[in-house]
Design a binder for this molecule. Structure first.
Ligand code: NDP
Length: 310
């Protein structure tokens, strides 16, 4: 039996080497050279892989997303019926995201855009000192990534708010859930950080209504998916001054087209879906573990809940 690997061409060999380093007996096939379809028992795939294509493999018993997000697997027609889907929960992926969130929260909190503008004009002027304990950071999504970012922000002294689908208690974090919880949290937050999975329920959450509920002069940070953001609403809020800035890592579509106004917007900090990048050597052990578990009929780890869509 064999494992089908399908990702960006430049990372394919790294993934193959990482999986073989954990289990040298694995037979790895690099898409599109899948060989005999009946021999494929697991597919380890990233966003470009067509879910229709996976229906070619009659003995497929596991699909693994090469990242934390699985929205790409649920695009129509979705994964082949009856095949379980697992995602990555990886300490280095989480650490990378927390670093990116801290970088951008601190950038806005410590008036970095203002100081850069002053530097460009050779202006020597001290802005009023920011007060950490008065800067509320609201995190949309208190999962693996959101809860780690929440802990790190808490440790720096920020009051942290968090929003999840189900009620959740977290030490030192004021938690909210549901539609009313979202608006209540937005009204308190000076900086909103989106770390939600993209599902039908969360698509477009960063819209005029949510941003309008925030205080004038607040900030939005999105490292989840481009589909969470209504781009025209975010741009309008930046242009009106209601939002003082946005740090954005994800867009729809990606790569961000050259004509997008986000590229040159003076209030936008932009990275190319690089907030946290999967490191194959770090992620491989859990992928191999799941391949072994699927083979032996044991319960899988980091399984995706189909009914919730994440
Ligand atoms: P998790 O599944 O661990 O956490 C998801 C969180 O979102 C949970 O707290 C969940 O609530 C909450 N949530 C889901 N749906 C809703 C809803 N309708 N209303 C309110 N809250 C909701 O995901 P991760 O933290 O591992 O990852 C989050 C996302 O980050 C990924 O899906 C991916 O899109 C993105 N990502 C981006 C990267 C980048 O480089 N830009 C890198 C890695 C991931 P509950 O606790 O109740 O389940």
């Amino acid at each position: 039996m064999a494992v089908l690997l399908s990702t960006k061409a430049h990372t394919m060999q790294d993934w193959k080497a990482a999986l073989l380093a954990v289990d040298p007996s694995l037979e790895i096939r690099l898409f599109p050279d899948a060989g005999e379809p009946a021999e494929i028992e697991a597919a380890v795939v990233w966003t470009a892989h067509d879910m229709m294509e996976l229906r070619r493999y009659p003995n497929l018993r596991l699909i693994v997303s090469m990242g934390a997000g699985v929205d790409h697997l649920f695009r129509p027609p979705g994964p082949p019926p009856g095949v379980p889907v697992a995602r990555l929960v990886d300490t280095r992926l989480t650490q990378g995201m927390t670093e990116w969130v801290l970088l951008n929260v601190l950038r806005f909190h410590r008036q970095d855009p203002e100081y850069r503008a002053q530097q460009a004009e050779k202006v020597w002027y001290e802005l009023p000192a920011p007060e950490t304990s008065a800067r509320h950071v609201g995190i949309l999504g208190l999962g693996e990534l959101g809860s780690d970012a929440a802990r790190a922000l808490r440790a720096l002294g920020f009051p942290v708010l968090g929003w999840s689908r189900r009620p959740k208690a977290m030490d030192g974090v004021e938690t909210f859930h549901g539609a009313e919880g979202l608006m209540a949290m937005a009204a308190k937050a000076d900086i909103l950080v989106c770390l939600l999975p993209l599902t039908p329920d969360t698509r477009g959450v960063l819209d005029a209504r949510l941003i309008g509920a925030m205080k004038p002069g607040s900030y939005v940070i999105n490292a989840a998916r481009g589909g969470h953001m209504v781009a025209t609403d975010v741009l309008a809020a930046l242009d009106s001054g209601h939002l003082a800035g946005a740090a954005l890592d994800v867009f729809e579509p990606e790569p961000l087209p050259a004509e997008s106004p986000f590229w040159a917007h003076p209030k936008v900090i932009l990275t190319p879906h690089a907030a946290s990048i999967t490191i194959p050597s770090s992620a491989a052990p859990q992928v191999v573990e799941n391949i072994h578990r699927a083979r032996d009929g044991r319960p899988l780890v980091n399984l995706v809940d189909f009914s919730a869509g994440y």
